[in-house]
Ligand binder design. Structure first.
Ligand SMILES: Cc1ncc(COP(=O)(O)O)c(C=O)c1O
Length: 377
């Protein structure tokens, strides 16, 4: 395990969740070498079955990473040039990148101020004749209001797609994230709630034809019937067996880890009561999985520097909303004030399975002290 300096709190320490699984994770490597089936095969299929079931969906297609999962899913739906896809600008850049790589045009829109997520109202305001789909991003581990978004999509004949890279096993009104849209894209980047030991991702869907097309598109457009025939111009984006085996081992702990995250988030809410600190809002029916612990504070960069001085590592998600990154500016019509204001005030505090109570307390007392030092109270 990586040593952590006394009195300091890391932003993320994966070593703590891996420690309890060390023997099982070691044996994954040994059995992979013994089986010597490194790409695809029974191990990948087993994880795909398990993951689809946990997402309350019928199919999971393991792919190279979460960005590819979005691109492959969109391409499998037949989206491409001439199609517009509505995307919240408060997301990781990969969501927008994937739309462009699929050949479609992203339309970046604002989010609501409380949970910083997309709503049906934003969709209705951005629909044009060319809109084909909407990507609902379950950001920071919070599920979007899937009923509201589905109603807006249905009213305009749009496909609903989920970017669930940050929301493994989150639920909305009792239903699992990953089961609402035409497909959901998951990332298993190491720091995600369910993370591989390298890059990995999945397209999750209950549409068998979409799953089959996504699988072919990620595997050189191979024909289902003949390995040596190629029906589509495609790409190589496959889940490897080693990562699938790691994910299967870690999947058995995911619900417990999410519970730990919930308890940590509750502690933050209890300890961080201060007029200058704004927590993300709660929504009835939302069961978030707290991938990130985001709060808004004034003078964010100064607060962050002060926290660092006190040994607390923090993050920013995201420093710029997508449309303020120059290559993406053309995809938004005018300013998106909620995204822009939030990007200046958001700070992400440490939250990870295995984080100790005294560490949460240290983060909170440091943040309160930083605010007092900066604002005299
Ligand atoms: C919201 C969101 N979408 C997409 C991705 C892309 O996933 P990956 O890094 O596995 O390509 C990420 C992860 O980094 C993400 O947080």
């Amino acid at each position: 395990m990586r040593p952590v300096a006394e009195g300091s709190v890391p932003f993320l320490d994966l070593g703590r969740s891996h420690a309890a699984l060390a023997d099982e994770l070691d044996s994954v490597w040994r059995s992979s070498v013994e089986q010597s089936a490194f790409i695809g095969g029974a191990t990948v299929e087993r994880f795909e079955r398990h993951w689809a079931a946990r997402c309350e969906s019928l199919h999971a297609v393991g792919v190279g990473n979460g960005t590819d999962a979005i691109e492959l899913g969109l391409r499998a739906m037949g989206l491409g040039p001439g199609d517009e896809v509505i995307v919240p600008s408060n997301t990781f850049i990969a969501t927008v990148e994937a739309v462009i790589r699929a050949g479609a045009t992203p339309v970046l829109v604002d989010v609501e101020p409380s949970r910083l997520l997309l709503t049906g109202e934003h969709v209705r305001a951005a629909v044009t004749r060319r809109t084909a789909a909407v990507i609902a991003v379950h950001l920071y581990g919070q599920p979007v209001d899937a009923d509201d978004l589905a109603a807006a999509c249905n009213a305009h004949g749009l496909a609903l797609v989920e970017d669930a890279a940050q929301a493994h096993l989150a639920r909305w009104r009792g239903r699992g994230v990953g089961s609402f849209g035409a497909f959901a894209a998951f990332s298993f980047y190491p720091g995600k709630n369910l993370g591989a030991m390298g890059d990995a991702g999945a397209v999750v869907t209950s549409d068998a034809a979409l799953a089959e097309r996504a699988r072919a598109l990620g595997n050189h457009g191979r024909s289902r019937h003949d390995h040596n025939e190629h029906d589509l111009v495609a790409m190589n984006s496959r889940l490897d067996a080693l990562q699938a085996a790691v994910l299967d081992v870690k999947l058995t702990s995911l619900s417990r880890w999410n519970e730990e995250r919930r308890a940590l988030a509750a502690a933050y809410r209890e300890l961080l009561v201060h007029p200058a600190i704004e927590h993300l809002g709660a929504a009835e029916g939302a069961e978030p999985v707290h991938h990130l612990e985001v709060v808004r504070v004034p003078c964010r960069d100064l607060v962050r520097a002060e926290l660092s001085r006190r040994g607390v590592a923090t993050g920013i998600h995201y420093k710029r909303p997508c449309h303020l990154n120059p290559p993406y500016a053309a995809f938004a019509e005018g300013p998106l004030p909620v995204c822009e204001e939030a990007s200046e005030r958001m700070i992400s505090l440490p939250i990870f399975p295995g984080m100790r109570e005294d560490e949460v307390e240290h983060v909170c007392s440091s943040l309160l002290a930083a605010l007092a030092a900066l604002h005299g109270g």
